[in-house]
Design a protein around this ligand. Structure first.
Ligand code: DGL
Length: 273
């Protein structure tokens, strides 16, 4: 491949409503350690999953503008709720200024092309489940697959508040997963970027009976493929990663430190003042 153009050293923008997108950012960082990351968590408006598509669209384009101002070469919408209802809007808004990637298409392609799953379950926020994006995309790609989705609205706020790996999270997770709707599934998509943080508890519930997919590593690989294809992988060393939140929360700071081992600069930035 020819020498990467100078745009390759521009940062990679990633955003979510809160800490969930850090699961994607972490997977991207592990796979492409040379990429400089700019992360925005809209903690002031969290949870997005309970908000209207109009509100989610309105906030998402403002965040996209912020990442464009930071000269991002690509923007990863590391949130299923935003990807479900606002991907087209953000993509149109950004135009040719940056590549825009959502978290749903790479997962749908992976599940349909690379697995033999016959009945896929999806858990996600109300916004994601209500949009019906996963079932529509999966059925359009593979007629033989049955799809069942269940909204699990307590999970993202629970995780955001630091409740995982304890009695409370176990009770809530088990209540959702034991619903009749999910009885016949042979695989489960964790359709919210917060959920990799409770993946061990979900695995404990199923004890290997079904296959579990989460977006973090699948999306990271997709981002790498896209950048590689366009010769936009950063050939140099990453600059300092920047993390912004619209409202300070201790759990965000703690999670960022866990994922990025203390090398972080966290700044509060209210884009709506
Ligand atoms: N992490 C997000 C998602 O993937 C949103 C959670 C929320 O803010 O409700 O849907």
């Amino acid at each position: 491949m020819s020498k990467p153009p100078s745009e390759a050293s521009r940062p990679l923008g990633i955003f979510d409503s809160g800490i969930g997108g850090l699961t994607v950012a972490n997977a991207i960082h592990k796979l492409m350690p040379k990429e400089s990351l700019i992360y925005f968590g809209d903690t002031a408006h969290l949870p997005y999953g309970d908000k209207s598509p109009e509100a989610i669209k309105k906030w998402s384009v403002v965040i996209a503008d912020f990442l464009i101002k930071h000269d991002c070469k690509a923007i990863v919408i590391a949130c299923n709720s935003i990807s479900s209802v606002a991907f087209a809007e953000v993509k149109k808004h950004v135009g040719k200024k940056a590549i825009v990637i959502n978290v749903i298409d790479p997962v749908v392609n992976f599940v349909c092309d690379e697995t033999s799953s016959k009945h896929v379950g999806i858990i996600g926020t109300k916004a994601t489940v209500k949009s019906d994006v996963y079932p529509k995309k999966i059925i359009a790609k593979s007629k033989k697959v049955a799809v069942t989705s269940l909204a699990t609205p307590l999970l993202a706020p629970m995780i955001e508040e630091g409740f995982f790996n304890n009695k409370i999270s176990k009770t809530i997770i088990n209540d959702y997963l034991s619903r009749a709707k999910l009885k016949k599934i042979d695989s489960l998509i964790l359709g919210c970027t917060h959920y990799p943080l409770i993946r061990p508890e979900i695995e404990q519930y199923y004890k290997g009976r079904i296959t579990i997919f989460d977006s973090a590593s699948i999306v990271a690989q997709h981002v790498k493929d896209v950048l590689e294809n366009k010769n936009l992988l950063n050939p140099k060393k990453a600059r300092k990663h920047l993390f912004y939140i619209s409202d300070y929360t201790a759990s965000f700071e703690q999670s960022t430190k866990i994922f990025f081992k203390g090398k972080i600069k966290l700044e509060q930035k209210n884009l709506w003042k």
